[in-house]
Design a protein around this ligand. Sequence first.
Ligand SMILES: C[S@@+](CC[C@H](N)C(=O)[O-])C[C@H]1O[C@@H](n2cnc3c(N)ncnc32)[C@H](O)[C@@H]1O
Length: 458
Amino acid sequence: MSTIQKLVQMIDQAVKDLEDVCMKDGLTVPDLSESFTLESEAFRENPAAFEATNIAVAAALQLVAHLMPPTTSLAHAACGHYKSACLRICAESNIAEILRESGSQGLHLDSIAKQSGIERNKLSLVLRYLATHNIFREVIPDVFTHTRISSVMDTGKSLKELQASPDTKHDNTLGLAALVEYVVDEVAKSSAYGYETIKDPITGPSREPHHTPLNRAFGTTLPTYDWYELPENAYRLRRFGAAMKGMSALQPSDVILGAYDWSSLEKDALVVDVGGGIGTSTLALYNAFPQFKYIVQDRPPIIAQAIEACKKENPKALESGCVKFQVFLLKLILHDYSDANALKILSALRMAATPSTILLSIDSLMAYACHVPDSHVAVPGATAPEAPAPLLANWGPVADTSYIPDLTMFFAVGGQERTLGHAKSLLEKSGWKLIRVNRGEGNFTPTLVAKPIQDYKL
Ligand SMILES: C[S@@+](CC[C@H](N)C(=O)[O-])C[C@H]1O[C@@H](n2cnc3c(N)ncnc32)[C@H](O)[C@@H]1O
């Protein structure tokens, strides 16, 4: 059987499997015209539905790679930033909110232009290009509405509210619109300087934090998190906090709860959320385990945001208490740093650790794009499930949610995601022993669980 026939057969079988499981378990796969909500994505939490969907999508994308003219495939890749540019125009002009308020029949370009303040003819080419990629739909000529994909950019707020308080656009939202805006603004601009940064003999190999693509794009020598604190970046800083909340919303709801066997901790355990941002992980943990004590460590302006968010969402969680057993939680932290700086952080935590301290590091874990016969790291959970042939072993673009942060970290902060072997070696060099990897279904940020190496010389 040819590869193309195999892929078609895989799609056919996967769609049948999806229909069967939906029928059996009463699940619904939403139509492309339906608005995105977290609840409407619930079918993916069913493992069989998740697997069937992934196979169908991975095989369809692989089929496209086989059948589309390579020149067209490459043109899609080479012009990928056009989509980012168009998304930015829409996101910053609140097009998602304007279209939601106009209802499912759609809104004429003239009205969208008037409400968004974008010139009609310019807006037409932006919306039409995105509609060509199923992000928005052109219902009749010059009339546009949402698709499920474009509706992810909707903050859920009214246009009036956004216009009255533009700085707080992303406060108390899921953070997904903030995540899109963050990527298409500072990350997209920075990405244009990836080549210059890599080729520069100083910035390429060393990847020092003040020599990132972002430094070049914005003409600053400040490390990224200092740059965010400049007065002119006040909106970006606020948006970044919300975007991190959006990262959590992209994942199954139990990522942080499944990161560790939390119930094995003593009742007065202390969880230190290192670089905990606006406290998204800590609040989720607090809701499930109010008996523990929590510390969210971050930079002062972020902590101010965290307190504000916490007062709104869970005022009781602001209490603290005594220490017995510590957990250091580093969610989306080590990927921000070069190896040298990640080692500094891990070593400082190792110095502060007691013998019973647990370190949890949550980041994407990079899988090779080819089949790997055996994991060379012998701890439970080390081996990632591979896709069946002829799909790419790492699930191809279905796994983009892992590879995108890898590049985002390089462009925006000079960091990177790591393979398991790479991460393990950093842990060992700083006195931590990797004891297991906790992976969840649909979770693209597994948890590395480590404990102090007892005879390690500090
Ligand atoms: C990628 S974000 C991750 C946020 C959070 N852990 C999460 O998963 O949502 C990295 C966080 O590290 C914080 N950070 C950066 N430099 C720091 C420093 N020197 N001390 C404490 N936190 C810092 C940033 O402000 C930011 O909130």
